[in-house]
Design a protein around this ligand. Structure first.
Ligand code: SR1
Ligand code: MG
Length: 404
């Protein structure tokens, strides 16, 4: 029978898992810092660096909100299966799964220490030399090989069924696309930006564009998405990168993964206004983030193009259709990224990049930049032809807010 685990339950579970010797000493540590699940690390205190495992358990609700925010346990199945699929195409970029237990909605997986959550590194201006190429390749390969460009028509339809994830898709539909632009009790924001939020929520043209993006999210079964690909879903070091937490996975529009990632890099860029107090340090770190945004997209489009050229079903034409496809994909990614920028300021689930700015006035400045950049990424997306266009819109948002 399912029951939520406490620290001791996690230890006892691992003890009987045969991953450790019967007499091996074990300790457990609570690691949960995401929004939704329990996460424990169980380890041998005499050999903590090479004898450890992660116990991740889904709760029937979102951990940070409580029972008023139900979330299906089936997400543990979705996550373990998505990790298997991702491993097929990018074995070096995902954690190893040792066991999935459907009854306990629990997964035993590789402990990724000493890598850290990328968002924390970005806040402290850490540069990750492999990140952009790793994420560009991750998205190119997972999105290409799970799309109709690569899968047979019947296998693709079976994939849609297997990864039907209604509960978690609804969370995204609400939290990313619907709630931030209406008066919803789940929303929260810094009271100092009340006027900006109310203006945003009265913007009917913006609401129409976001409705169009939501329609794409809900109806376009293009490829198996990670579907929560923000910088909190990446564990990283200067040596390598792991993409974690694909519990929101479903078959949807590729632009959602690309846009979520670019939007979160833009949030990191904006938050440097206060995290990097020294102007030279700020300028140089922002330059690194801009380079990473560019390289993510360039690696993605180069590898995706090569796969299309060499591996796509012959039924799919190459050029000029491929060029049209990629141009549209970047524009729609801008829109998805814009929705992400806005919802992280106005919606239920905020991000540490901004939340860790202690002074409310200073945080409000960064939040206004995020709202303004998000709005222009959405409204002006049809004029976006490169990542430089997206960077330019973020810089304009910064300049406009600072000049006001
Ligand atoms: C209550 S869940 C809120 C958010 O956390 C996840 O990481 C997703 O981003 C979701 O929108
Ligand atoms: Mg997550």
């Amino acid at each position: 029978m399912y029951r939520p685990f406490q620290l001791e339950d996690a230890k006892a579970y691992v003890r009987q898992s045969s991953l450790f010797a019967p007499d091996e000493p074990l300790e457990a540590q609570d690691l949960a810092d995401g929004n939704v699940n329990y996460v424990y690390r169980v380890y041998n205190p005499a050999r903590p660096d090479d004898r450890s495992v992660i116990v991740k358990q889904a709760l029937p609700y979102a951990r940070i909100v409580g029972e008023s925010f139900p979330m299906p346990l089936d997400r543990a199945r979705i996550e373990s299966r998505a990790l298997e699929v991702e491993k097929t195409y990018c074995p070096d970029l995902v954690p190893r799964v040792y066991r999935y237990d459907p009854e306990m909605a629990l997964t035993l997986m590789e402990d990724l220490r000493p890598r850290i959550i990328m968002r924390a590194g970005l806040i402290h201006q850490v540069r990750y030399p492999r990140f952009a190429q790793d994420l560009g390749r991750f998205m190119a390969r997972t999105l290409f090989f799970t799309s109709d460009l690569s899968l047979d028509s019947d296998a693709k339809k079976r994939q849609v069924v297997e990864f039907t994830n209604p509960g978690l898709c609804k969370v995204t539909e609400d939290l990313v696309f619907t709630h931030p632009l209406v008066d919803h009790p789940g929303n929260r924001w810094n009271p100092l930006i009340e006027g900006d939020v109310r203006r945003l929520q009265k913007d009917e043209l913006l609401r129409a564009e976001v409705a169009d993006l939501k329609m794409a999210f809900m109806t376009r079964a293009e490829a198996l998405l990670h579907a929560d690909l923000h910088t909190g879903s990446i564990m990283i070091s200067e040596q390598d990168t792991k993409v974690i937490d694909p519990e929101f996975a479903f078959v949807g529009p590729m632009s959602f993964d690309i846009g979520t990632l670019l939007g979160n890099l833009a949030l990191a860029w904006i938050a440097q206004e206060f995290h990097a107090d020294d102007p030279e340090r700020r300028r140089s770190y922002r330059q690194w983030i801009e380079g990473a945004m560019r390289e993510v997209w360039e690696t993605f489009s180069r590898e995706f193009t090569a796969l299309w050229e060499e591996r796509a079903h012959p039924e799919w034409p190459r050029r000029p259709y491929r060029d049209t496809f990629l141009a549209r994909l970047l524009q729609e990614s801008a829109g998805m990224g814009g929705a992400e920028l806005i919802r992280r300021v106005v919606g239920l689930a905020h991000v540490m990049d901004l939340e860790s700015i202690p002074d409310g006035e200073r945080r409000a400045v960064a939040e206004r930049m995020a709202i303004s950049a998000g709005r222009t990424w959405i409204m002006e997306r049809r004029g976006v032809h490169s990542v430089d266009d997206l960077v330019a819109l973020v810089r304009t948002a910064r300049d406009t807010v600072l000049a006001a």
